[in-house]
Structures are given as structure tokens and as C-alpha cells.
Design a protein around this ligand. Structure first.
Ligand code: TYD
Ligand code: ZN
Length: 408
């Protein structure tokens, strides 16, 4: 088995630093009675490019296997995330979209939170998303092009609608292995004074918190300021701003502009310096990260086995894509976790990928509280803890595993 591969950004040598072995697709929830033998598996392993420092998966899953009609993730599921996007839409409207005929394009618009906010402010917008969930945005009267975004797509949009003042992508750009085609499309479609803004899980936070569950089929890249700056430069783009975000366990919002069009903010140099000081993309740092992952898995399974042998009930909270790697890598199935509670209708009544834990509506969680809830949606902890005070009051405890295993 090869422990090196070619970088999807610069063709340099990518050296593997961690192997999660055989994994299913993290958002592929099995319908009852579906053919288990058809479940798709691949080798989930991660490495770093020696040339450009981009952290990336060693193997790529065909995009049609992940983003299709049955894609179950709904961005609107979290009230905090809705507020996060609405606030940012307001900021864009008052800063970047103030011209006479502004145009906003979103790559990966999902169920349309951003598009809705822009439509409400009268800004012409277009969402591009290949998944079935984009129908929800279209049903709200929002303009959606149901396709993958790449170079040719950008060209067609440019011809039909003219240049975009803002191109935006949240939790989408890191999903795209063929990123060169996306960036060359962005370079074409972006107005001379426009910005390409994207936010994704940040390598610096993932390393610091050992949030290894951010590594799965859909998260092909783990970005840093350093790797993004390098990648942008290959397409005549420049990293002009970075902003750390508290959402999803730590993200960075990157702003790219055409080279020379804008003065980079001091935050860019500051984050680059911090990354260098912390050596976040150096192999020894990443190998240490791998050791931490092993420890978390061992501690978590030990805890769950102890709870089982003392007759406690444990239920999972949030059938996240992230939880797939936790359950499958650590070997946590329905014998340890009775079911996973989730508010998303498209996941309920199905089985989680690989280990096949049943997903049930939240009503089943609140009807008979378990002794412990394993918080798979730990990135929404604040919002969830606030909602679940009754579970607490009934004596319920939370199990966390990022940055380490603890009961709270
Ligand atoms: P999320 O962590 O946002 O993303 P990913 O799937 O990419 O890891 O997923 C959150 C999941 O948790 C989603 O399926 C909705 C569910 N959820 C609840 O069940 N209850 C809640 O209160 C919240 C905020 C989320
Ligand atoms: Zn590279």
C-alpha cells in the first residue's frame, strides 16, 4: 500500500501521517431493508504535501457517490448556524454588495440560508449545488443551478449573468479534490474588484483539539493560511484576509481577491506567523496528532464498555457526518450506543454508516432519557446544552471526546 501520493494542488509528494483504514461514506445513512453488501467503503488516510503544505486525503471518493439526490445534510438544522450565516450575509450586503447591480454566487448553497438572506435584501444571487437538498432552496423561490461547480460552470454563469462581486462557499470548498478547476472558474467569474470568500474547518484547530472526526470522505482538504495562500497564487489570486470562526469546532474564513487588487489585512501575516511558530503542518506535529487520536479512541471505548457492564444506557446525540469516523474507527456499534438522536427528517429511521446504529427522532431521546448522551454534535455543544437542561436535571450526563474523553 502506497504511503505517498501526488498533491491535488501542486503535484508535489504527499506523505501519509494517519490511516483510519476502511471507512464507509459519512453521510450515507442506510434505509431500512437496503442492501448492506452494497455499502461503499474506501481507505480513509491523510497526508501532507512536502511542497505546498496542503493536508489532504490519500484517496478520493468519486463525487457522485457523495453529493447526490439522497444527500441528507441540512444547514438550517442549527439555529446558531442560521444566525451565523444571516449575520455574515448582512455584512456582505453592507460592504461588498453595495454597487448598482451586485451579483452573489454561492458554491454549495444547501437549503439556502445565505441565498434567502440575500434575496430578502434584494441582491440578485445564484446558488450552485449538485445535491438533492438544493431542491429545498429552489422550493423557497431561490435561484439554484443544480450542478457541481467547476471551470466550465463558471464560464457559463459569466456568460449568462456577468461577473460576480462575491463568490462564497461555506463548508464546501474543502470537499472538492478537483480544486484547481474550481479556482480557475472563480478567477474567470470574479469581478475585478470582487472577493471569493470561503470558510472551512481549520487545520490549526483540528491539530490543537485533536478533532480527528473532521477527517472524513467529504473533507478532502484541511486548509491553513499557508496552504490556501500557496494554492491561490497558482491561479492569480491572493489571500487578503483571514478570520477565525468559532463554528464547527474552529474554522477560518478566507478572503481571496485578484492579485494586486487589494491590500492584504495584517491578520494574514499574523496567522501565517502563528502557523509557522506552531508548526501545524510539520510531519512530527501531525504524527503526534495521530498518537492523540489513538488515545481518544482507546479512552472512549473503555468508557463505553465500562458503562455497558454497569448497565447504563448510552444514546448518541447528533447523527453527524463526523461521528462516522469515530464509530467506525473505534468500533462503536449498537451494542454500545442504543440509538442516535437526530432532528433531521432525512436521517431518521435509517442506520448510521458502517456500524449501523439506528437514527431516531429527538422525541425518543426526550421520552425516556438515557443515563449518558454521547455528544457526536460537539461542535453545537453550546446550543444543545442550552436546549437540553431537562436531560441534565433528570440526572443525564454528557460524554465528550474532543479534545479528550470526559464526562460532564
Ligand atoms: P453537523 O455537526 O453540523 O455537521 P456534520 O454532519 O458535517 O458533522 O451536524 C449536526 C447534526 O446534528 C445534524 O444531523 C443535525 C443534528 N442536530 C440535532 O439533532 N440537534 C441539534 O440540536 C443540533 C444543533 C443538531
Ligand atoms: Zn502540494
Amino acid at each position: 500500500m502506497s504511503r505517498t501520493t501526488r498533491c491535488r494542488v501542486c503535484n508535489g509528494t504527499v506523505t501519509e501521517f494517519f490511516d483510519f483504514r476502511r471507512q464507509p461514506l459519512s453521510d450515507c445513512f442506510l434505509a431500512p431493508g437496503s442492501a448492506v453488501e452494497k455499502e461503499f467503503f474506501f481507505r480513509l488516510a491523510i497526508g501532507v504535501c512536502a511542497e505546498c503544505s496542503m493536508v489532504q486525503l490519500m484517496e478520493e471518493v468519486p463525487r457522485e457517490n457523495m453529493f447526490h439526490e439522497d444527500y441528507p445534510y441540512h444547514s438550517s438544522g442549527s439555529a446558531y448556524m442560521r444566525a451565523h450565516f444571516e449575520q455574515f450575509a448582512k455584512r456582505l450586503i453592507s460592504t461588498e454588495l453595495t454597487g448598482d447591480s451586485p451579483f452573489f454566487v454561492e458554491i454549495g448553497c444547501n437549503d439556502g440560508i445565505m441565498l434567502r438572506a440575500l434575496a430578502d435584501a434584494g441582491v440578485p444571487s445564484l446558488g450552485v449545488d449538485p445535491s438533492g437538498v438544493a431542491d429545498l432552496a429552489a422550493a423557497k423561490g431561490l435561484r439554484v443551478r443544480k450542478s457541481f461547480f467547476e471551470d466550465a460552470t463558471a464560464q457559463e454563469i459569466l456568460e449568462a449573468d456577468g461577473p460576480a462581486d462575491v463568490i462564497y462557499a461555506a463548508n464546501t470548498l474543502c470537499h472538492i479534490p478537483y480544486i484547481g478547476s474550481v479556482l480557475s472558474g472563480v478567477t474567470k467569474l470574479l469581478a475585478p474588484g470582487g472577493v471569493f470568500v470561503f470558510e472551512d474547518p481549520y487545520l490549526g484547530d483540528i491539530v490543537e483539539r485533536t478533532s480527528f472526526d473532521q477527517i472524513y470522505d467529504e473533507h478532502f482538504f484541511l486548509f491553513s493560511a499557508r496552504s490556501v495562500r500557496f494554492m491561490a497564487a497558482r491561479h492569480g489570486l491572493e489571500l487578503v484576509d483571514v478570520e477565525r470562526l468559532p463554528v464547527h469546532g474552529g474554522e477560518v474564513r478566507y478572503t481571496l481577491a485578484h492579485r494586486g487588487a487589494r491590500q492584504p489585512s495584517p491578520a494574514v501575516a499574523e496567522l501565517l506567523a502563528e502557523e509557522e511558530r506552531r508548526k501545524i503542518s510539520d510531519l512530527p506535529t501531525l504524527e503526534k496528532f495521530g498518537e492523540n487520536v489513538q488515545k481518544i479512541c482507546k479512552d472512549l471505548t473503555t468508557l463505553l464498555l465500562d458503562l455497558k457492564s454497569s448497565g447504563k444506557r448510552v444514546v448518541g446525540y447528533g447523527a453527524t457526518a463526523k461521528s462516522s469516523v469515530v464509530t467506525n474507527f473505534c468500533g462503536i456499534g449498537p451494542e454500545l450506543v442504543e440509538f442516535v438522536s437526530d432532528i433531521t427528517p432525512s436521517k431518521q429511521g435509517r442506520l448510521t454508516p458502517g456500524v449501523h446504529i439506528p437514527v431516531r427522532p429527538h422525541e425518543e431521546f426526550s421520552a425516556a432519557y438515557p443515563d449518558y448522551a454521547l455528544l457526536f454534535a460537539w461542535n453545537h455543544a453550546e446550543e444543545i446544552m442550552e436546549k437540553e437542561q431537562e436531560f441534565r436535571a433528570a440526572g443525564g450526563k454528557w460524554i465528550m471526546y474532543v479534545p479528550d474523553v470526559r464526562v460532564v
